[in-house]
Design a protein around this ligand. Sequence first.
Ligand code: ADP
Ligand code: MG
Length: 285
Amino acid sequence: LIALVSSSAFPQGHVDDHELAQMLPCDWVRWDDDTVDWSKYELAVVRSVWDYPLRRDAFLSWSRTPVRVVNPHPVLSWNTDKRYLAQVARAGLPVVPTTFIVPGHALSPPKGDFVVKPSVSMGGLDAARFGPEEHDRASQHLAAIHRTGRTALMQPYMASVDRDGETNIVYIAGKYSHAVRKEPMLVQGADALSNIAGSFAVSATEPSVSERTIADRTIRWLSELFGTLLYARVDLMTGPSGTPLITELELTDPLLSFRFAPGAAERFASELIAQLQGARIPARA
Ligand SMILES: Nc1ncnc2c1ncn2[C@@H]1O[C@H](COP(=O)(O)OP(=O)(O)O)[C@@H](O)[C@H]1O
Ligand SMILES: [Mg+2]
C-alpha cells in the first residue's frame, strides 16, 4: 500500500494527481495527521504538502519516519530551501542570478525590475516583483520576510517571462517525461502573492534543444548527488542573452502536470509499482 502524502488544504490531493491515484493501491494521507499509522504503508510519496513553508522543521522531521519516503529525506532537506541554488551555480549549471539576503542585511537592487522572495517557499508564497522606483516598497517586503526569521532571495526579474512564461521540465525516474509552459505569476506594483498553489495557468509545451540540454545536465548532476530521483522538475526561464536559466529545482512537491501529458501518470505509476516490489525484498544484513 502506498501513501500519497498531502496536506489539510488538499486532503484528497490535487486534481492533477487523481489519474495517478486511480492506478495505484493508495490512500491520501496528510503528512501532519498524528493519527496515521505509517507502518501500514510500504512507500510514502510526497505530493501536495503545500503547507510546509512555514513549518519546514516539522515537515522535515516527519520525512524521517521509518517508512520509505520518496523523494527521500536528504533530498527534501536540501530542496526545501532555495539556498541550494548557490550550489547549483557552483556546479557550473546556469542559474538565474541570485543574491541571498539574510536577516540584518539590506537590499541593493539591480537595475530594472527585480524579485524578492523567501528562500523557503512554494507556489509563489510571499514572492513579489518591484520596479526600479520601488526600492522602499521592496525594503518593506524584505523586512517582512526577515521579521519571521527567513532569508530572502533577490533576483533580476526575467522579462522574457512576461512573454514566454517559464518552462517546467518533468523527469520520472531520471528520464525525460514531458514539459509544460507556466504563465507569469508576478505583476509589478502588486502585493506579494499569498498562497495560490495550483491556480496558475499551464499548458503542454515542447522544450527547446537548449532547454532540454540544460535540464538533462541538471538531472545527471542531481543523480550523482542523490541517486536517481523518482520525480524531478527543472524550472527554466530565458535569460537576457536568450539562454535558459534555472529558476528552481522542484524535488519536493511539484505539480507534475500529468493532465497535460498523456501517458505520464502511467509512467509514474509503473515506476512506483516497481519500487513497491523492490521494497518487499528484505534488505541484506
Ligand atoms: N527572477 C524571476 N523573474 C521572473 N519571474 C519570477 C522570478 N522569480 C519568480 N518569478 C515568478 O514567481 C513565481 C514563483 O517563484 P519561484 O521561484 O518559482 O518559487 P516557488 O514556485 O517555489 O514559489 C514563478 O513561477 C514566476 O512566475
Ligand atoms: Mg516555482
